[in-house]
Design a protein around this ligand. Sequence first.
Ligand code: CP
Ligand code: NVA
Length: 310
Amino acid sequence: MIKHLLSMQDLSMQEIVEILGKAANLKQKLRKGESHELLRGKTLGMIFAKPSTRTRVSFETAMTHLGGHAIYMGWNDLQLGRGETIADTARTLSRYLDIITARLFEHDDIIELARHSSVPVINALTGLHHPCQTLADLLTVQEHKGRLKGLKLAWVGDGNNVCNSLMLGCTLVGINTSIGCPEGYEPPTKIVKRARGNAAKSGARIEILNDPKKTVAGADIVYTDVWVSMGQDKEKRRRLRDFRKFQVNSRLLKQAKSDVIFMHCLPAHRGEEVTDEVIDGPHSVVWGQAENRMHSQKALLVSLVTEVKR
Ligand code: CP
Ligand code: NVA
């Protein structure tokens, strides 16, 4: 069976642990200058309907390091932009490619792409999920804290795609998760329900709050993301007003543990969801976090492509 990564729920705790282990190993190999061309001759196709800095460059570089090749395809460079269906695009592209990643608006569209693809499909962000981000985040937490289980992660801001994947990923691996959003911006009930199911199995706690101070209290990790995601520009004015009290600044960060790490998937809107003093301050791990996108995606690519061969 082909394995896709459309949401964190596609992975078990064991699979996450394996990917993180492989990622740490590949990171070491790169640091030591050891060759790790595990995907020589393989091609990754990358469909992007939205802009990207980190996801695009980390995937392309990952394929170079692995001895393979990546092809970037903007939505409008493909016949998709002129109305060819997602199903027909998937049927065609999977005759050439070994693996596909796609950044799309609608989550249902990536489900459709995967349904008609004969090679693995990786979600590079949809309106609902961003699992590649979560894998890099867990790798970063593991590096800084030496463990995952039993830590407390506080999410401050919008219950968005990054929040959904992080909430699922954290509850799968046993990280206690506090989500703090303004009223009306909580993550979707269906996804919270899944996270509660994960938490029941892993022993993690999960709470959804509307108070940033309570959310951050005693946290090991404080995480935020933009208040206005791609595709939400029409809601900008309302959102900037509604999220005002959810800025991560040094006053809020003081509520967390003294060795708290500050995380952000980036891009950041400095002065909105986070202040310069926090993102540039001693608790911030955001640049290493961004780097880890590449290491964790290498591990993911190797796992998925190898799995197909079996
Ligand atoms: N974090 C993240 O996915 O960044 P990009 O939008 O730059 O890819
Ligand atoms: N929530 C943001 C994440 C960007 C990586 C967005 O969807 O725009």
